[in-house]
Design a protein around this ligand. Structure first.
Ligand code: HEC
Length: 107
């Protein structure tokens, strides 16, 4: 009987931990978006860019957004106004871009 109770407890703990991990990742994306100054151009809600010609990011497909960031950082995407953003991309690692992209897709 004790053994079953213990097992149930660990399963609950595991579920709880997984829940926290998921939340932490979502929070990280939101936090990074602020700390890495993305909002300065794309708007606090990622939906009100400072210039009418800057893209809205809220709700964007995560893989698409991630790839655009990677390409702008690498200089592969250099058309349009990509140069405006390239300088900032030095501040974010691939993992951080991924976290931000995942968060943006949830907006
Ligand atoms: C100095 C202003 C500026 C800052 C800061 C900035 N961006 Fe951008 N970003 C732009 C501009 C301008 C474009 C559009 C480039 C173009 O015309 O091709 C863009 C494009 C993008 C795109 C591609 C959108 C699409 O639909 O293709 C993503 C994703 C993105 N930015 C994410 C970010 C993230 C995340 C950060 C913070 C790490 C950030 N940006 C910081 C100006 C900025």
């Amino acid at each position: 009987m004790m053994k079953i109770a213990k097992l149930t407890m660990s399963a609950a703990a595991l579920l709880f931990a997984t829940g926290i991990a998921t939340n932490a990742q979502a929070a990280d994306g939101a936090e990074l978006y602020k700390v890495k100054t993305c909002w300065a151009c794309h708007g606090k809600d990622a939906n009100t860019p400072i210039m009418p010609t800057y893209p809205r990011l809220a709700g964007q497909n995560a893989d698409y957004a991630f790839n655009q960031m990677k390409d702008i950082k690498a200089g592969i995407r250099s058309n349009g106004q990509a140069a405006a953003m390239k300088g900032v991309m030095g501040l974010v690692s691939e993992d951080e871009m991924r976290a931000i992209a995942d968060w943006l897709s949830t907006l």
